[in-house]
Ligand binder design. Sequence first.
Ligand code: ADP
Length: 509
Amino acid sequence: MTHASSVPILDRLAALEPGAKAPTIASIFVGASARPAASGATLKVEDPSTGSALANVSRGAAEDVDAAATAARDALSGPWSAITPQARGAMLLDLANTIEAHAELLARLEALDVGKPLSQARGDIGGAATTLRYNAGAADKLEGISVPLGSDFIDFTELEPLGVTAHIMPWNFPLGMAMRSLAPALAAGCTAVLKPAEQTPLTTLALAELALAAGFPPGVVNVVTGFGEEAGAALATHPLIDGVTFTGSVATGRLVGAAAGGMLKPVVLELGGKNPMIIFDDADFDRAVDAALDGAFDNCGQVCSSVSRLLVQDGIRSAFLDRFVERASQLKVAAGLDDADIGPLVSAEQHAKVLGHIKSARTDGATLRLGGGQPAGLDRGYFVEPTVFQDVDPASAIAREETFGPVVTAFPFSTETEALTLANALPYGLVAGVHTSDIDRAMRFARRLAAGSVWINGWFIGGVQAPTGGVKDSGVGRERGIAGIHNYLSIKNIGIQLHPSPSDGRPDD
Ligand code: ADP
């Protein structure tokens, strides 16, 4: 595969091959170029379909974060501040075009690094470009308001860039998630330091150089690769950072939220879910099966908004589960580049965790309807079969804890009240869904389900325009949409006291 380009990192990334010798890539991108970590340390990036090394990247820590935050602070008060909102929008559009021009390489990297099927990775890269275009269009429409204080005053607001923003990213949609928060931050006029997940840094390495190629001044987009406890923690507590956006687990979200709170910095946290899909007897059966399959197994179930609990009404329960299990059993599992339906889990740690959840479900007495282990012939990488449990004790771990893998639990219900009680029973509240042909019931549930998003008669509804985020332990704040841009704006109120009018009340000329 060759990728002639003016962006040197792309050629190095294009040369990565599964099973080949893993190169070492300097990946602390500060200002205009990449450098090794100050300590010289590296960390291994794996191919999750085999567990072998793909590359070694820099293991950044506090000193590297400090250099990146300083570069971002300098850029904020440097040429970036003189660039008009319209020009910022044009740069975001250029970046979208640049990403699209390299979409096939970026999708291949995402498939290699995360393990996701290539066609799903292509969708992610297309989504990243769409996110950039949405935010590009908003860059010159971020208007303040005029505030009525009476005849002796003029008062108005201006929306200023929040400042230097930190983006601590997860491993499930590396470029997509980076763009979800970076694009609105740039549209708002902020600068950024990104910390990709240690498991999946590859596309983010390309991003910093692609941003330079698209015309962003050096220092506007900086990247520090490294472990969460080192680079991530240093970023969340750095004094030059004005706001932190984090997507990841609830446990780490609490740490990041506490760190940012200690610094009195605003924070956006998109955390986990144990998302229920409620299927009533009157649902469109086939549509509900399709939505449940997609919701449960897309990205190998490694999505915060995955369906992990199927609540099925008594009248169709047995037929629905039979069909769901039959369809899930037909899903093909293979390495990301083989482009099947389901890839491996991202890491050995995640693999052990998901298999541990499956084991505890069996110990707790749940009935295994499908899967439950490593697929035959795929014993090198971090693969898990699509897995379905029924007869699950609602108090057991598999019913309550986020698994983040291709594992679904099914629960029966007979009445609306029962369904609502089950759905709202957990500390999570990211997404909840309902399938019914009764519009009144759908609306009742839309209002009563405790979740940041409610999806009716479908799953993964939304897009860059639709705000997303959680209630309860699923997070703080909203991303995407116009709300997502306001995360990166600070309201300044400007008040003017007018001189008293001349005594005749006419303009003073
Ligand atoms: P997981 O447990 O699934 O790997 P995490 O929520 O721990 O997910 O990780 C999400 C992101 O948060 C990653 O970029 C990771 O490096 C980072 N991270 C992990 N621990 C910390 C921490 N203590 N402070 C800041 N960032 C962290």
